[in-house]
Design a protein around this ligand. Structure first.
Ligand code: HT7
Ligand code: ZN
Length: 853
């Protein structure tokens, strides 16, 4: 297969300033015709090459009104044109109903909709499908009016009406030039929640969220989030919305979270629909976060876009950072930071440590769909955050202003973003740019020596970046590390500063330190690194009670837990007392926000413990983690009971405190269950039955699902009966069972894959069972290898329908080198079996072959 390399970038030869598209929509057979003005770029020459894909064939090709000679070279339609400017007209036919890849124009639940990023447009029309070709679009659609009463596309609605045969038409025009990956249309029988937003310059923007009529009440939260995002982007980044219309459509079948098409965002319905009965607090937060993310792309992505797909983090890293800032501003900064770091450690750190590691700006790809990764998105956001930390909010804002002004209406690069930051701040960021080219999570070793005689503390920092595929030797990175020292005697903060580490080894001397200092480091997680310190359990316990940086305080408890779990997994036993004491103290601190306490109480996941070990032993990890949970439950039984009672409420409210209380309550319920409280199952069943919201109901179901009480089956059956018609909630039913911490989980998951409600065609459903199962380390790594076989079978079956979604399931098998030899061999054998399967997509081929390399 063809490898695309960053170094081979060449600007486009032909530009397409305008394109008029005409769609005659029908699920079985849609005809599409395009009329494009094409222009040879100054000083350039050569044939016009238009990308195609998915078996697209031209029906007619005309140049300047005359039938033209053309040829196919692979999937490209090639035209030799005599002059420098022409009108090219092409007609094709496509079958949306048969499109199971969900890229291009496809059918979902009676709707017709598009997904063009990254390379879906070429499955609709022959076109230079690359983000640096920007065009003005006009779109005319005709469709059966009864089936598709709503016809939407990018930009402004400029015309429409009825036709003779029960059909109707609509025309849309987008005044902003855009790359084809931002093209969108939707046709369907949709209801609309309409609202409006007045911009800071006084323009009225008509807002619409389109769903099935029955789902309309569930769009209130998304609409509120949209309006809040529009106001926030004006206040914080000075960015105003630019069209008179902003529409969102929710669809049930979607490969990703959502898509930022200009003026017509298309969403996976799970990131739009929310009401208390069907969505958890985490779902509410995700809806707001994704709505904000897609909206923010209007500037960071659409007005200023990427030159090529290697620059993906230019829009994604920056936009994730913006949505993280937005969400933090809506609630607790500390809790949001903790959640974001947990997500980074769960998804990105393993990626950086495995065979699929790549820099946030990759150097090559077979299939760009495989690079919508936690590295590009979440590590990309951390890189932008570090710029914010290094420059400060004011200079950072100057930098973004300059970036937007300089590059508005163009397709640009990550380097151009850093250039703008440099030019606006006067700071030299040349070394910082390594973050774009070096993969791997840096490790920082910190050791603090107190020289009692001189009243001095000497901190030594050493950094190293591990080798990653294709990158053996690494240079030291620029690391902004927020530090503080606390007095072990008085708890007073003795010093606080930000160190910008640039070299492999650095020493920082703190003068006037007469009391024994305790080190607080990487406060607020100021750099995306792994820190190793020589702090004792007592020092960590001290920080867990006294650190004035909430993240560092959380981190101290987590580190204590992690050290205990790693020691327990390695040696078979560990001293649980320091963890129990730290947890007891945290629970007893009445000043703490319940959401913060809840985060702090979450014991590191089995996978995260595995990530710390040279050889992952899933059984030892499960055993030691269970033992710690049991001891915490037993030793603090009365505290958990009190917490449960104090945080229990049967009146749903959606605000940060109520959310925190719900979270803490269900965590307490979990500890009561593992701690052996006799009434735990009854309490959980009561919570399940009496809940007036999904957070409490699913939380209780999760606790029951991990156990063996008879209430387990009753609750699972009741949940299924109640929600069998709601596909998003049914996903939760599959996930809860796939995550269950029981010995029979692998068998249950195989059974669920044969359930009539399981389907490979819906990405959410596939992820809800198969994706969740692979996150259940103990179950997935069943020593028989059945988990690996199951995953490979699912990937192969899904690959025939939807390669992009299938390929995203592969990374857990790529961890094979980290497992003991028997499991490693079984995992490798499944990867080899996949690789030997004829007809593999390039998406799956790339992930599997890299996982084996
Ligand atoms: N920019 C969007 C990416 C996206 C996507 C990528 C591959 C296949 C399907 C997709 N749907 C959306 C999402 C975002 O980051 O906002
Ligand atoms: Zn995005």
């Amino acid at each position: 297969p063809h490898v695309t390399r960053r170094e081979d970038y060449a600007p486009p030869v032909w530009l397409v300033p305008t394109i008029d598209l005409v769609f005659d929509l029908d699920p079985a057979r849609t005809s599409v015709s395009a009329t494009m003005q094409v222009e040879l770029k100054e000083g350039a020459g050569g044939p016009l090459r238009l990308d195609g894909g998915g078996g697209l064939r031209p029906l007619t090709v005309a140049v300047d009104g005359q039938p033209a000679e053309w040829r196919m070279e692979g999937d490209q339609l090639v035209l030799d044109l005599a002059g420098r400017a022409h009108e090219v007209a092409i007609a094709v036919e496509i079958a949306p109903e048969a499109n199971t890849q969900l890229m291009g124009l496809y059918a979902s639940g009676g709707l017709l909709c598009t997904q063009c990023e990254a390379e879906g447009f070429r499955r609709i029309m022959f076109f230079p499908d690359r983000p640096d070709v920007l065009s003005r679009y006009t779109v005319r659609m005709t469709a059966d009016k009864a089936r598709f009463p709503v016809l939407l596309a990018n930009g402004d609605h400029v015309g429409g009406g009825d036709l003779d045969d029960g059909r109707h038409w609509a025309q849309w025009r987008d005044p902003f030039p855009k790359p084809c990956y931002l093209f969108a249309l939707v046709a369907g029988d949709l209801a609309c929640r309409a609202d409006q937003f007045i911009t800071r310059s006084g323009r009225t923007v008509a807002l619409g969220i389109y769903t099935a009529q029955s789902d309309l009440p569930k769009t209130e939260h998304a609409m509120a989030a949209l309006k809040a995002s529009m106001a926030w982007d004006e206040q914080v980044y000075g960015r105003e919305y630019d069209l008179a219309v902003f529409n969102i459509v929710a669809v049930g079948d979607f490969n990703f979270g959502a898509m930022e098409n200009k003026g017509l965002n298309i969403f996976n319905s799970r990131y739009i629909l929310a009401d208390p009965d069907t969505a958890t607090d985490a779902d509410y937060d995700a809806v707001a976060g994704v709505v904000a993310h897609e909206y923010f792309h209007n500037w960071s992505g659409n007005r200023v876009t990427c030159r090529d797909w290697f620059q993906l983090s230019l829009k994604e890293g920056f936009t994730v950072f913006r949505d993280q800032q937005f969400s933090a501003d809506q609630g607790s900064h500390a809790v949001k930071r903790i959640e974001d770091v947990r997500a980074l450690r769960a998804a990105q750190f393993p990626e950086d440590a495995g065979p699929l590691a790549h820099p946030i700006r990759p150097e090559s790809y077979l299939e760009i769909g495989n690079f919508y990764t936690a590295t590009v998105y979440n590590k990309g956001a951390e890189v932008i955050r570090m710029l914010h930390t290094l420059l400060g909010a004011e200079r950072f804002r100057k930098g973004t202003d300059l970036y937007f002004t300089r590059h508005d209406g163009t397709a640009t690069t990550c380097d151009a973003f850093v250039d703008a930051m440099e030019d606006a701040s006067g700071e030299d960021l040349s070394r910082f740019r390594l973050w774009y080219s070096q993969a791997g999570t840096p490790r920082v070793k910190a050791s603090l020596v107190h020289e009692t005689g001189g009243g001095r503390a000497r901190l030594t920092l050493e950094q190293s970046v591990p080798a990653t595929p294709g990158q053996r030797d690494k240079q030291p990175m620029v690391l902004p590390l927020r530090l503080a020292l606390f007095s072990a005697e008085t708890g007073k903060r003795l010093a606080a500063q930000m160190v910008v580490m640039q070299d492999a080894r650095e020493e920082i001397v703190f003068e006037g330190v007469s009391e024994r200092p305790i080190l607080s480091i990487n406060r607020d997680f100021s750099a995306p690194v792994i820190v190793e310190t020589d702090r004792s359990p007592a020092d960590l316990a001290f920080l867990s009670a006294h650190d004035d940086d909430p993240f560092a305080r959380y981190e101290a408890v987590q580190q204590l837990m992690l050290d205990t779990l790693v020691a327990g997994a390695a040696r078979g036993e560990a001293d649980h007392r320091p963890v129990i004491a730290a947890v007891r103290d945290t629970l007893a601190d009445a000043h703490l926000d319940p959401a913060f306490v809840a985060e702090t109480m979450l014991i590191p996941t089995e996978s995260f413990v595995g990530d710390q070990m040279l050889v992952v032993d899933p059984e030892a990890i499960r055993r030691t983690r269970d033992a710690l949970r049991r001891d915490l439950g037993r030793e603090l039984l009365e505290q958990w009971r009190a917490i449960y009672a104090a945080n229990h409420s049967n009146r749903f409210e959606y605000n940060p405190t109520a959310k925190g209380m719900r979270r803490l309550k269900t965590i307490a319920l979990g500890f009561l269950a593992v701690g052996g409280a006799e009434d735990a199952a009854a309490l959980a069943f009561g919570q399940f039955n009496d809940a007036d919201n999904m957070t409490d109901r699913q939380g209780a179901l999760g606790v029951l699902a991990n156990g063996t009480a008879p209430e387990r089956e009753t609750a699972l059956a009741a949940f299924y009966d109640r929600y069998r018609g709601d596909s998003l909630v049914l996903d939760k039913w599959f996930t809860t069972q796939a995550l269950s911490m029981r010995a029979d989980t692998p068998e249950q998951v195989e059974r669920l894959a044969r359930h009539p409600d399981f389907t490979l065609t819906n990405p959410n459903r596939l992820r809800s069972l198969v994706g969740a199962f692979t996150a259940n380390q103990y179950a997935f790594h069943d020593p028989s290898g059945r988990g690996y076989r199951f995953l490979a079978d699912m990937v192969l079956a899904a690959d025939r329908l939807n390669p992009q979604t299938a390929a995203k399931l592969i990374p857990p098998l790529g961890r094979w080198r980290r497992l003991e030899p028997t499991r490693a061999a079984l995992m490798k054998a499944e990867l080899e079996r996949m690789l030997a399967t004829p007809g593999l997509s390039k998406d799956v081929f790339e992930q599997v072959s890299k996982s084996l390399a």
